[in-house]
Design a protein. Structure first.
Ligand code: FNR
Length: 338
């Protein structure tokens, strides 16, 4: 197995090792006011929406994880099956490995084969050449392309990049790629300045991928001979990053540390067009099986519909009108930053 492919397998093992059920994060410090007289009824239709012009059953999806190794072939196969059965979108892990090792393409294509018509999102790093990225999009029949910005992760990796001049290539990607591009972090959060800068360069969709869930400093630290554990705390919490994206008036996805349907609902109330979940769904699959994950997602769909009703909503259009308030530590950070 190549170094790169091996790294993908290590990420899967370490994401499991460091996974903490219900770890506290910024969603716990955010609260919503509920009407005691809702005047609504529960309907799963109320949570249906569209993503990249396709109908989906819910505004949450399986966010980017894997591809490019033997284990990831099996995982993407199962994720594709689950996405098809539950009719939610699926983002695959970085396919940049294919520019060096094209023979690994099956581990990505298998997901599209399981879900021929659903919303499938491809993912590459910020250095991937535009022609290569477009080739990946075409082969996967991807509906959108995530481009991940992962400077902290790279710096935590002994073999990682040390050159972060990415903007020129991002511009080339924007010009060449024929599907919508989503600019995404990997769990350290997009800051307002970056969102603003890239908005001015014509990028329209962002995935905040804030801190509070999977922590790639911790994961890479376990693969590193140097101790870089001090990098684990430098991320921007998901709630703050989401408020920054909302302030910039861009379309955005809320992700990073989403643990349950209430976190999904809070993400939507922050203004997210959709909410992405990675490790919680991966662990449901790895520790149990494909049926367990499928049932979990169907349960989340029902529970999200329940939440909508008890918060007085008959559809997803007015969630921004729900009053939000924050515990003091988060409020202090928000007051300083926004
Ligand atoms: C990831 N993530 C990720 N992101 C990305 O843009 N490209 C990638 O290849 C990967 N690979 C990857 C592997 C594994 C095993 C995990 C768990 C995660 C990051 C992911 O999309 C997300 O931004 C973070 O995991 C934070 O979300 P959660 O896990 O807290 O829901």
């Amino acid at each position: 197995m190549s170094l790169r492919s091996n790294r993908k397998e290590e990420h899967l093992v370490l994401a499991q090792r460091f996974y903490q059920d219900n770890k506290q994060n910024s969603f716990d410090q955010m609260h919503l006011v509920r009407p005691a007289l809702p005047e609504t009824e529960v309907s799963v239709k109320a949570i249906q929406t569209t993503m990249f012009s396709k109908k989906v059953a819910a505004p949450f999806f399986i966010n980017a994880m894997t591809g490019g190794s033997r284990k990831s072939y099996l995982i993407n196969k199962k994720l594709g099956q689950v996405a098809a059965k539950t009719n939610i979108a699926l983002a695959l892990g970085s396919a940049s490995i294919l520019t060096k090792e094209p023979s690994l393409s099956d581990s990505f294509l298998i997901a599209r084969q399981q879900d021929p018509t659903g919303v499938l999102i491809a993912n590459v790093n910020a250095k991937t050449a535009a022609e290569q990225a477009q080739k990946i999009v075409t082969e996967l029949k991807a509906d959108a392309l995530q481009v991940h910005l992962n400077a902290v992760q790279e710096i935590a990796m002994p073999e990682g990049d040390r050159d972060f001049y990415w903007l020129n290539n991002l511009k080339k990607l924007r010009q060449k790629v024929t599907v919508p591009i989503i600019i995404k972090e990997v769990g350290f959060g997009l800051d307002e300045r970056t969102i603003h800068l890239l908005k001015n360069e014509g990028f329209k969709v962002f995935d905040v991928a804030g801190s509070g869930g999977t922590n790639f400093a911790q994961i890479e630290n376990a693969r590193n001979t140097n101790d870089v554990s001090y990098l684990s705390d430098i991320g921007l919490p998901t709630v703050i990053s989401s408020l920054m994206a909302a302030k910039q008036q861009v379309d955005f996805i809320v992700s990073g540390g989403v643990r349950n349907p209430l976190d999904v609902f809070k993400g939507l109330c922050l203004g997210g067009k959709a909410v992405g979940i990675s490790n919680v769904f991966l662990q449901a699959l790895i520790k149990h099986d494909v049926n367990y994950l499928q049932n979990l997602i169907l349960e989340w769909q029902e529970e999200l519909a329940n939440l909508l009703a008890i918060y007085g909503q008959n559809d997803l259009t007015k969630l921004n009108e729900i009053k939000k308030y924050y515990d003091l530590p988060l409020k202090i950070a928000i007051d300083q930053l926004l």
